[in-house]
Design a binder for this molecule. Structure first.
Ligand SMILES: Nc1ncnc2c1ncn2[C@@H]1O[C@H](COP(=O)(O)OP(=O)(O)OP(=O)(O)O)[C@@H](O)[C@H]1O
Length: 261
């Protein structure tokens, strides 16, 4: 389940946001999408999901041009986890996750045992099963984010587009979520995940796609591409990337380094 984006350009009216963005992502890859506020990360996701059809260039999922993909087929290929939003209706957590599992059913068909089991499994996977009967307007922002993630996983699409999924999560849940996403990529999922935390990219991503000023500043394997220079270009603060000892070895980590020349 690959993603191919070629020479994608998009403007909101006269305001250009993406210019000539090209990249490819393959099964097994967890691509961290980095870039400062307003770089165009969410716009990229919206173009990929067909919400913003007036772009130039091409976007293909599994070799299929998204411009010509019916909604239902798109949902079969790719699941989207939006930046947190305030829900309009107070559906229960279980029903919300069930909407993902039941998305492939014919219109008006009731979800059956299989869909209920899938929803239950995904709630357990992300740790929200105890909240199943609570309304989604009456849980915390982080719990709601986990509900949206469970809903996307229940959709059982093999491409996941995650727009800052860790933004509302506590420190432990951020790492649990990213570890879980990494496991999914090891099972053959293709994941694009935007984040403002380069640490997440260093620790969990296989690849990085960095957007800056609407263009691709870097694209490729994390070890090669995620450099101090790139981080400085993106965030304009001095950061040092270093090997940090952990149990059984070392990991690359970045630290704010204000005295750095
Ligand atoms: N609906 C819209 N109409 C007009 N301009 C928009 C709209 N949505 C976003 N923009 C503008 O497009 C640019 C890219 O926004 P986008 O939300 O894609 O950035 P982002 O990288 O996801 O930012 P952030 O990290 O702050 O979430 C910004 O300049 C933003 O102001």
């Amino acid at each position: 389940m690959s993603i191919d984006v070629e020479r994608l350009s998009f403007s909101y009216g006269t305001h250009p946001v993406l210019r000539d963005v090209s990249f490819r992502a393959e099964p097994g890859q967890l691509v961290a999408v980095l870039g400062p506020n307003g770089a165009g990360k969410s716009t990229l996701f919206r173009c990929m999901l067909g919400f913003l059809p007036h772009y130039q260039g091409s976007i293909s999922l599994c070799g299929r041009d998204v411009r010509h993909l019916p909604r239902r087929e798109l949902a079969h290929l790719a699941a989207y986890i939006p930046q947190s939003s305030q829900p309009l209706f107070d559906y229960t957590v279980r029903d919300t996750v069930l909407m993902g599992a039941a998305g492939g059913l014919e219109p008006l068909r009731q979800p059956g045992r299989q869909q209920l089991e899938t929803a239950q499994r995904m709630m357990e996977l992300v740790g929200i099963a105890p909240l199943a009967d609570r309304g989604i307007r009456r849980i915390s922002g982080g719990e709601r984010q986990l509900t949206l993630i469970a809903r996307a996983l229940a959709q059982q699409a093999r491409i996941l587009l995650m727009d800052e999924p860790a933004a509302n999560l506590d420190y432990g849940n951020q790492f649990r979520l990213l570890q879980q996403v990494r496991r999914l990529t090891e099972q053959g999922y293709t994941v694009l995940l935007s984040t403002h935390n380069p640490e997440h990219a260093l620790r969990f991503a296989t690849h990085v796609l960095a957007l800056h000023g609407g263009t691709v500043a870097a694209c490729g394997p994390v070890e090669e591409m995620l450099t101090e220079e790139l981080l400085h270009t993106l965030y304009r603060i001095p950061l040092t990337v270093a090997q940090v000892p952990v149990t059984g070895g070392t990991v690359r980590s970045c630290v704010y380094d204000p005295a750095k020349p």
